[in-house]
Design a protein around this ligand. Structure first.
Ligand code: HEC
Length: 150
């Protein structure tokens, strides 16, 4: 019990120190947000498979994955600091020139992910996944993400 608490506190301390650190490398937030997005995708894909019937509906998995997506979206919102639009990134400059809209879509995506976490029956799944995918992922990527460089 005491050990678990100590470990947890150590984890919290590290998380806090990391985010507040001034010596963040130029590529730091870019790599971190790309990793967050990758994690978001890997949690989203199984839910899309459930909609398609390629994977059986499981409310516990929906809840768990959707909660991770919501948390990672929330975290990624802080990983777009001013000036991180150059380098190995597909982030469009509009993220900073139209930051209110970017934030609005981010908030919508977080809301939709939270709503998805509350899905308890298979018939609720498709609309909730579509809402997150369409009004969240797709809406933001179309406006604020550059096409893949070949
Ligand atoms: C509010 C904006 C926004 C939302 C919402 C959003 N993304 Fe992204 N996503 C981005 C941006 C911007 C990038 C490019 C980041 C970069 O290259 O620096 C990105 C990159 C990605 C990548 C590529 C990561 C890499 O570099 O390998 C994946 C995969 C991805 N997003 C999946 C998703 C999924 C799935 C969702 C919805 C569940 C989602 N995103 C929601 C803005 C968003």
């Amino acid at each position: 019990m005491a050990l678990a608490t100590a470990a947890m506190l150590a984890g919290v301390a590290m998380a806090g120190g990391h985010g507040g650190a001034k010596k963040m490398a130029a590529t730091g937030p870019i790599a971190e947000r790309q990793q967050a997005m990758k994690d978001i995708k890997s949690n989203f894909v199984p839910l899309v498979k459930m909609v398609k019937g390629a994977q059986p509906f499981d409310a516990a998995t929906v809840k768990k994955n959707a909660e991770i997506i919501a948390a990672k979206l929330q975290a990624s919102a802080k990983l777009f600091p001013e000036g991180s639009d150059t380098g190995d990134t597909r982030a469009k400059p509009e993220i900073w020139t139209m930051s209110e809209e970017f934030q609005a879509i981010m908030n919508t995506a977080i809301e939709k992910a939270k709503a998805l976490a509350n899905v308890s029956s298979p018939d609720q799944l498709a609309p909730a996944v579509m809402a997150l995918g369409g009004e969240g992922c797709k809406a933001c990527h179309e406006k604020f993400r550059k096409p893949k460089q070949k």
